[in-house]
Structures are given as C-alpha cells and as structure tokens.
Design a protein around this ligand. Sequence first.
Ligand SMILES: [Mg+2]
Length: 222
Amino acid sequence: MNKLLIWDIDGTLLTCKNAGKYSLNKTFQEEFGIENAFEGIEMAGKMDLNILSSIINKNNVANYNLNDLIYKYGKNLEKHLKMSKNFKILPNVKKNLHNLQKDNRIYNVIASGNSEIGSILKLKKAEMFDYFRIGSYGNNFDNRTCLVRNAINIAKFAYGIDFINENIYMIGDTPDDIIAGKENNIKTIALATGGYSLEILESNEPDFLFDELPEDLISIIF
Ligand SMILES: [Mg+2]
C-alpha cells in the first residue's frame, strides 16, 4: 500500500523565526525604500504570492517584476540564514525522514506557502533538501487548497503511482494546512510545533493531532 506524505515546511519541518519577514523587509527597503513593509503581517499558513501582492498593493508599488523580487528576497534570505541563530530543525524530523526514505511504500512531496527559492534555501540549510525530489510552492498559487492539489497531482506523475486519497496525508502546523487537506479529501496530521496550540488545531478536526512529530511516523500511518 503506497502512501504519499505532503509536508509543509515552516513550523512543521523546521523553524527560522522571522527569517522570511526580515528578508522581505530588507528586500522592500532596498528595492522601494519602504521600511518594515511586512510588520504586523501574519505569514504562517499563507502563500508568498498573497503576502507579496498584498504589500505591493498596499504600498502602491508600480514597476516591479515578481520573479526578480523573489530572487532578491532569496539573496537576502540566503545571507540571513547563514548567520541566523534562530534556525532549528523540529523534534523527530530528521529521524523520521531518514526512516521514511528507506521505506519503499512511502513517498514525499513538499506543499509550502514559501516561494520555491525560499523552500530550497531553508531545506538546504536544514540538510533536508535531498529528501524531497518534488514540491508545490507558494509563489505559484494564491490558494492553499490548489497548492496541495498540485502537490498530489505532480507526485502521481513523478512517482508513477495513482495514490488514493485515504493514503495521502497533509502534515502541517496551521489550521490552513488542515483545511487544505480536508478540501482535497485527504488525511490530515496536525503538529503543534509552529505556534498554533493543540486546542486551536483540534477545533479544525485533523485526523491526527500531536504536540510534535511522533518518533515513529510510519507506525502511525500503517
Ligand atoms: Mg507552516
């Protein structure tokens, strides 16, 4: 029985405390002279495309190229992550990824609100990049349900397996991850490692709920 695991990044695999916000602020300061453009903006569970568009509109920025902006953001994030003392891989993540990789019934894909560049940088910093061959990213979607649907679809083609919904799991740390999983009729695993409490996550009725990633995820899903 083949299983597909769809992974969120921030708050689920790792945490880098405001590295994204810091780097976006720096990019908007350098490019447009806007100070603290992203202050007070909720980013957890949101798509980079939405976050960027809302700030661009709010500040009436004309003349910009979204891909160039994301590239410059990537350069700032790369620099910031090199020095960041707040970067942390979340409990049991490495151990599980190592075990999952050896299990030929299990396939992984990323579904992250991060832009693809942001995802690559964070996964590389965590030395996890090689665990994930494919992913669906927040610079291409303004809606998490579509982001997750794309992750499912690309995984079916990349792995050549027609995974059935009851064997597909969305693993994330926010209500948005749970909602997107439910809207795609797949199973949901919620982890209270990203700032949302067990109570808040529970109110969204995930199939599984943990305070952190269980030591042996394989035994949970089989
Ligand atoms: Mg997250």
